[in-house]
Design a protein around this ligand. Structure first.
Ligand code: MG
Length: 203
């Protein structure tokens, strides 16, 4: 399986990083080795002084597809989850300055937290899903899918023009504002529609 991450999908997050607002979705990949095994802590890697959390709504692809139209995109997923796209922001900044790919900053081991997946029918309007991230019991990120620049179906349609989507692939749909640094002993808790979805300890 592969992990497809959408960048710059919430206006306020684009502002906070001083990034340019894209004219079409930005995406990049993480390998399956990036998935943090369930119940494992996240170990801050030696190569970064600035690991940021990015809480994101996840979509799990349920069958193979390419060139999927927006109209039919809903047939390609039936589960929604929540996760973290851990990012070595200092490394990413250097990659951006040099115009290099982001993999070192984004695709490293443990960089993809994948929470619990829920049947999409059970969670209401997918274009009005609230989600949040707590760090040590304080809310640090709050988002709602109604603020996405491109919605889930548009993202599936867009990405499938370039990549064949396969059963089990996961799309990270982008992070809202409020990204920040983690430190040893932090505890991160993600909530989707007010219900706890995952918990990660930082080591
Ligand atoms: Mg992200």
């Amino acid at each position: 399986m592969k992990i497809i991450c959408i960048g710059r999908n919430y206006a306020k997050h684009i502002e906070e990083l001083g990034s340019e607002r894209p004219e079409e979705p930005v995406f990049f990949l993480k390998p399956d080795s990036a998935i943090l095994p369930k119940k494992m802590p996240f170990f801050i890697p030696d190569f970064s002084e600035e690991i940021h959390y990015e809480v994101e709504v996840l979509v799990k692809i349920n069958k193979v597809g390419k060139h999927i139209s927006k109209k039919f995109a809903h047939k390609y997923y039936d589960e929604i989850g929540l996760g973290i796209d851990f990012t070595a922001r200092d490394v990413q900044r250097k990659c951006k300055e040099k115009g290099l790919p982001w993999e070192k900053a984004k695709a490293f081991d443990g960089s993809a937290v994948v929470g619990e997946f829920l049947a999409k029918e059970s969670i209401g309007d997918l274009q009005d899903l609230s989600f949040s991230l707590q760090k040590n019991e304080a809310i640090v990120q709050e988002g709602n899918t109604n603020r996405m620049l491109w919605g889930i179906d548009e993202l599936i349609s867009y990405v499938s023009q370039y990549l064949t989507l396969k059963k089990g692939d996961v799309i990270f749909t982008g992070t809202p504002a409020g990204v920040g640094k983690v430190q040893e002993n932090d505890v991160l808790i993600g909530e989707l529609n007010g219900i706890k979805n995952f918990e990660v300890k930082i080591k």
